[in-house]
Design a protein around this ligand. Structure first.
Ligand SMILES: CC(C)(COP(=O)(O)OP(=O)(O)OC[C@H]1O[C@@H](n2cnc3c(N)ncnc32)[C@H](O)[C@@H]1OP(=O)(O)O)[C@@H](O)C(=O)NCCC(=O)NCCS
Length: 328
């Protein structure tokens, strides 16, 4: 059975920055409060007219180039997003056209865990022999559903995209993936209106129900409870322990969540990839963006064991244990 190796990674971030000082002008908050409670200093915001598929296609094009793969050779495109361009067609179809791909393409919504869920889908397709080369993109324009009058949420989120190309390989790549979901926590992080449960009306629009709502304390508790367990489970599935992890690449939601998770796993700070300070929470994009930082910094070595871990609305959570195989 072939393994699924990550043969490239890339990311794309908008130019515009929304700093804590900017947010001080919008809501009753302070740079000190935001930094100390979240670790965030600034976020990137998509340019007017740029949709999720635009960010996705730009990250995907770089990943394709780094992989040395021709568009015609991609067998499947999965875009993980919870801020699609529109209800349909899928953001994946729109990004597929922008990248000149010709393969099947679909969206996957597991919120901030979407990238890990998509890695599981891609790995299963490659291991079963149904596909040889798959592109997975995590992309979100959270600014399109953030209420910039709500200080408890608008400080957290930013826009961005990250992409990987997976390919069938004789060398072990994705070693194991463990996923979880608990729909009883759906109301802890959600967008009340705009779906079939509550189509947009003048009333719910005026009430701000088309914006993201969150119970921050409960989401925080869920994350620090669920993530250590699912990471250990995924490691155990590969016969590994936390001692084997060269890099923990967590979903970048809050520096305090990352620190607590790393401490509970017994993984030293130097082995944890932190990118939240300058980009905030970019949802499904955050893990591949962090992984790309590690790659571009030259810190990623062939043979390194990565624990990619995510959590988010759903509630969803998941961990992928990956052996990095690229030599440069
Ligand atoms: C949102 C979050 C930063 C809030 O931090 P917290 O330490 O839990 O703060 P609390 O919600 O308990 O609020 C504490 C106080 O700060 C206030 N506060 C909230 N946001 C504030 C802001 N931006 N600036 C200043 N004060 C703020 C609250 O109103 C509250 O005031 P009160 O004590 O007078 O009622 C934190 O809960 C969090 O990050 N949770 C996880 C969210 C997450 O990761 N979501 C995405 C998952 S994918």
């Amino acid at each position: 059975m072939p393994s699924a190796a990550l043969i490239s990674v890339a990311s794309w971030l908008p130019e515009a920055r929304l700093t804590n000082a900017d947010l001080e002008q919008l809501v009753d908050t302070s740079d000190e409060w935001i930094r100390s409670r979240t670790g965030i200093a600034e976020r990137r915001i998509a340019a007017p007219g740029d949709a999720t598929s635009d960010l996705a296609a730009r990250a995907g094009a770089i990943a394709l180039d780094r992989a040395g793969v021709q568009p015609a050779d991609v067998d499947l495109l999965i875009v993980a997003t919870s801020t699609p361009d529109m209800v349909f067609p899928s953001t994946a179809c729109l990004a597929q056209a922008k990248m000149g791909l010709t393969c099947p393409a679909y969206d996957l919504n597991a919120a901030c865990t979407g990238f890990i869920y998509a890695i599981e889908m891609a790995t299963a397709m490659i291991e079963s022999g149904r596909a040889r080369t798959i592109m997975v993109i995590g992309a979100d324009v959270l600014s399109s559903i953030v209420d910039y009058t709500d200080r408890s949420t608008c400080i957290l989120f930013g826009d961005g995209a990250g992409a990987v190309v997976l390919q069938a390989s004789e060398e072990p790549g994705v070693l194991s993936v463990h996923l979880g979901a608990d729909g009883t926590g759906a109301d802890l992080l959600y967008v009340p209106a705009g779906g079939s449960a509550a189509p947009v009306t003048p009333e719910n629009l005026a009430a701000g129900d088309t914006y993201l709502k969150m119970n921050g304390n409960e989401v925080f508790k869920f994350a620090v409870r669920a993530i250590p367990g699912v990471t250990k489970q995924a490691l155990a599935d590969s016969g590994l322990t936390t001692d084997d992890v060269d890099w923990l690449v967590p979903h970048q939601a809050n520096q305090r969540i990352t620190d607590t998770v790393a401490q509970r796993l017994g993984i030293a700070h130097e082995r944890v990839v932190c990118r939240i300070e300058d980009i905030g929470n970019t949802s499904a994009a955050s893990i591949p963006i962090a992984l790309d930082s590690l790659y571009r910094d030259g810190r990623l070595r062939a043979g390194n064991i990565l624990a990619l871990v995510g959590f988010g609305a759903g509630l969803t959570y998941g961990a992928a244990i990956v052996r990095w195989t690229r030599e440069d």
